[in-house]
Design a protein around this ligand. Sequence first.
Ligand code: GLU
Length: 417
Amino acid sequence: MSTHVDILEMARQQLAVAAEYLELDSGLHSVLANPQKRLIVNFPVVMDSGAVQVFEGYRVQHNASRGPTKGGIRYHPDVDVNETSALAMWMTWKCAVVNIPYGGAKGAVKVDTKQLSKRELEKLTRRFVTEINSMLGERRDIPAPDIGTNAQVMAWIMDTFSMQAGHTVPGVVTGKPIELGGSEGRVEATGRGVVVALEEAARTRGLDLGNARVVVQGFGNVGATAAKIAEEAGAKVVGVSDALGGIYNPNGLPIREIFQRYAGREGGIGEYPDAQKVSNQELLELDCDVLIPAAISAQITADNADRIKAGIIVEGANGPTTMEADQILSDKGTLIVPDILANAGGVIVSYFEWVQDLQNFFWEESEVNIKLTKIMRASYQAVDSAMRAHKTDMRTAALVIGVKRVADATTRRGIFP
Ligand code: GLU
């Protein structure tokens, strides 16, 4: 998403580090370095004005060795097929790190949803799904929300796929509204999982969350939920931002009030009066104990890493930290809980939603949250142990676990024919 960082190259370099640890055979390494399937579509939508506009979209399936592929659909003006491929690769490792039976995928449409009416958004979604329909299926590839998409978009995806199948197929997509087979707890799942990861990180670092000062970049579903749950856990959230900019108050910000009154409004959360205004870049460098980047990729780079003061970074976004920044921060002793672990709560509850859909048997929210927390804690502890055993950083440890599971599955299955 950033103009100067090649995200696919970054994902491939991360894989190369894990491959070296695992002494992966070069053939297997190149299988994992390349997505299995990529579809690029250009499709027309008749806009409200009557004019025809053509949009470009993608669906990328990275690796299906461990099960059907899984991953969100992103609507954003800066997406491209390479970034979508990197995000699909990260989904593969993410599902493997938390050991749920999926491979990774991702989809995207190059569009600024702020420029669309609701009707246009629906038409764009239905046409896009029709174009990528042959790749999808409840046993094949299961989309979910990501940046720019939500439960309503998932409902249209489910309906469009079902119309073509001739019967209702709730399990083809997750993150749906509850009344269409969505799961309790799914909307909050990523943010909730981020805070479980934060609790574990704080414990290992001897940081009392009750006294911790937290900064969150991004006030979309992940950032806003993580900020709210961190506040409930007793932390002092001193800085938050949305796409328009950030606000800072060293005495703490009332997150619930900011969410209810300012989030999603035209002026954004910057309209909250009792705080100092900061830019998104200044926000990252604020004096705090914990930084949660929960916006877009490549935010923490070689240009700002040495000015970041947080001792713990929990990655709510996918790919917020470049490899150069990783190095600078780990030399400083900063603990980075990597995206493929920290933000896995979303896909974990997507997995629960899919299981509930396939069984037509639905769980209570408390059951969802307990099971989510259990998987997040166990996965965190497994990655933490691997980090200590390999004397490496947490990202490498998570990649080693995830890549090994995928490599083993790929090897066990063998190569057809
Ligand atoms: N888009 C989310 C992610 O990046 C969720 C994916 C899913 O639930 O399938 O993890």
